[in-house]
Design a protein around this ligand. Structure first.
Ligand code: GLV
Ligand code: MN
Ligand code: MN
Length: 422
């Protein structure tokens, strides 16, 4: 089946991407600092809403701080809408493309669909989710979890950043009430499904010379904190056998568990954050907090890994007379994307003469939360050298255009063809 091609405004794509690219840029030029509920992230949301309003769409914000913009295209505004978009927050020293490309592409795709003039069977909704990364408060996928009704309010109430600013207070600064987060879920019936364009954030597409991918499964993710308790003491005078060095125990746990991970397929684990107390060169560290990010698309393997990590940590800490506690604070199950929507992406790629494949996503995305409650699918385009979550993150102009075309074409199909994507 061949479908009408949309006319994409390439100038608008690159202009809008450049406009967003000045918001939250580190003054040093080293990437972006658009952490959730920072002024920069809120400025990016405002930019998005104004840009969408400029196209004639109706912009609004939900109680979780997600921004949306609706285009009914002749459909009843009461019909559930197809949402397309991504997120606008970044990790510390993150890149311009992670999230940003998907939001800008959604604006460009919506403009193309509006300009084409067809009557839509259901409305189109542009989406910019908040706090996808979780880099500031440890509350990743906050906006999509609120919409999906998947929030753990006990964790959310305790969430604080490294300056001990509570999420609750950071939200209140912009007029949002943390206790209203669960009410976001009431809006879910207004969503028909979710489609997101994202950079791959890994090297597979570039290495294989493939232009696009439909994501098959989004990995499961656990964040686990190990706390090591020893005894702070003098770095010179404490006899060696009596040193209860919490940092050494943490280091052994990193080495031992990483060796197990290196020999285990279909699983990755990252010891990405450590806090040492009192963190002074001439003091034996009395406490260490080590945060792990563990991922696998296989739920049983993920469980096994978490058990393995905690038992290894207890084992290696013993010779140092260090005790260990652990708790998980982020648990996102793996999520398969909609098979019919993957096929729509593949069909649209065929219409556009774009090579395509299917890939597991080892990065987390809002689609993994939304995909549990509504149909969801994702399109990937190549990342240069596979680098992401770093200032060097980049994709070529042609990858940006290919991805945006494929997003627009797939969305148009779902919006206009009877039974599409059901
Ligand atoms: C988000 O980008 C994640 O995969 O952690
Ligand atoms: Mn992302
Ligand atoms: Mn990211």
């Amino acid at each position: 089946m061949s479908h009408e091609r949309l006319n994409l405004d390439a100038d608008f794509l690159f202009r809008a991407f450049a406009e967003l690219g000045v918001i939250g840029r580190n003054p040093s030029g080293r990437g972006y600092q658009r952490l959730a509920w920072s002024q920069a992230e809120r400025d990016a949301h405002q930019w998005f809403r104004e840009r969408a309003q400029g196209l004639g769409f109706e912009a609004w914000t939900d109680p979780a701080g997600n921004s949306f913009a609706d285009f009914s295209g002749g459909a009843s505004p009461d019909e559930p809408a197809l949402a397309i978009g991504s997120h606008l927050d970044s990790v510390p020293f993150g890149g311009a493309f992670d999230g940003g490309l998907g939001v800008v592409a959604a604006l460009v795709a919506a403009k193309a669909i509006r300009d084409q003039g067809a009557t839509l069977r259901r409305p189109l909704r542009l989406a910019a989710f908040t706090d996808e990364e979780g880099a500031r408060f440890g509350t990743g996928l906050l906006g999509s979890k609120a919409l999906a009704g998947a929030l753990d309010m006990d964790l959310v109430r305790q969430a604080a950043d490294q300056n001990n600013i509570l999420l609750k207070d950071a939200m209140a600064r912009y007029g949002f009430d943390l206790e209203a987060l669960p009410s976001t879920h009431k809006l879910l019936p207004r969503f028909f499904g979710y489609l997101e364009l994202h950079i791959e954030q890994g090297p597979r597409l570039e290495q294989r010379g493939i232009a696009t991918a439909a994501v098959s499964v989004i990995t499961g993710i656990r964040h686990l904190r190990l706390e090591f308790f020893g005894q702070a003491n003098h770095a010179g005078t404490t006899p060696k056998p009596e040193r209860r060095n919490a940092l050494r125990a943490a280091a052994e746990a990193i080495a031992a568990f990483s060796r197990w991970v290196d020999n285990t397929d279909n699983l990755v684990a990252n010891p990405g954050h450590i806090t040492v107390h009192p963190n002074a060169t001439n003091v034996v560290p009395g406490e260490a907090q080590l945060d792990w990010d563990i991922r696998s698309p296989d739920p049983a393997l993920l469980d096994q890994a978490v058990n393995r990590l905690t038992s290894i940590a207890n084992e290696v800490a013993q010779p140092f007379q260090v005790t260990v506690r652990h708790h998980g604070y982020h648990d996102v199950p793996a999520c398969a994307m909609s098979e019919p929507w993957m096929r729509l992406i593949e069909e649209a790629a065929g219409d556009l003469h774009l090579s395509t494949t299917r890939l597991v996503s080892w990065a987390g995305h809002d689609a993994s939360v939304l995909g549990r409650v509504i149909p969801a699918a994702m399109i990937f385009v190549p990342s240069r050298a596979g680098v992401s979550h770093a200032p060097e993150e980049s994709s070529s102009d042609s990858a940006m255009l290919d991805g945006t075309r494929l997003l627009a074409q797939t969305a148009f199909h779902i919006l206009t063809e009877e039974g599409a994507g059901l």
